[in-house]
Design a protein around this ligand. Structure first.
Ligand SMILES: Nc1ncnc2c1ncn2[C@@H]1O[C@H](COP(=O)(O)OP(=O)(O)OP(=O)(O)O)[C@@H](O)[C@H]1O
Ligand SMILES: [Mg+2]
Length: 150
């Protein structure tokens, strides 16, 4: 199942992310793609809000992974745009967050598809004439179950 949601304004993209954050389960992984400025970080901010994290969600580019606390689940927000190679990824601790029952959201995940678990949510944000079109799909049963709740 793939669903496409029209998001004319940043608030709509954020609200869609918030819905995902409210329904995310321990171990949820979301691969976010879209051009520079598509709205991936806006979506991630919504996820953080939906989880109820107390720290600010912003572009984590320079530090690659930003961990957020205080929410319903631990939340790691990664941006692989500047990551050199997949070996560096192992040091980022994403697996630790998942082992701790958290959720992980990865911007530019398509640069390192090998790091993704088989079962994850794919979110592609495209610029369209009136804002953005956000396409959500699942690669396995847990992700599918999550999308059905949105
Ligand atoms: N419908 C929309 N949904 C999301 N963002 C929108 C929308 N319309 C306009 N924008 C604007 O587009 C920009 C998206 O920026 P954002 O940092 O989220 O992009 P990004 O995909 O994370 O980019 P990068 O690849 O550089 O990390 C914001 O300035 C936001 O206000
Ligand atoms: Mg971003």
């Amino acid at each position: 199942m793939a669903m496409i949601v029209r998001c004319p304004n940043p608030e709509d993209t954020e609200a869609l992310g918030a819905s995902l954050g409210r329904h995310a389960m321990p171990g949820t992984v979301v691969a976010l793609s879209g051009d520079l400025g598509a709205g991936k970080t806006v979506f991630a901010r919504g996820v953080g809000a939906g989880l109820g994290v107390t720290t600010r969600v912003q572009s984590p580019s320079y530090i690659i992974v930003q961990s957020h606390e205080g929410g319903r689940l631990p939340f790691a927000h990664a941006d692989l745009y500047r990551l050199g190679d997949a070996d560096e990824l192992e040091q980022l601790g994403l697996d630790d967050v998942l082992d701790a029952g958290g959720m992980v959201l990865i911007e530019w995940a398509e640069r390192f598809p090998e790091v993704l678990p088989t079962d994850h949510v794919v979110c592609v944000i495209r610029e369209v004439a009136d804002g953005r079109a956000v396409e959500l799909s699942a690669t396995g049963p847990s992700a599918q179950q999550l999308l059905e709740k949105l």
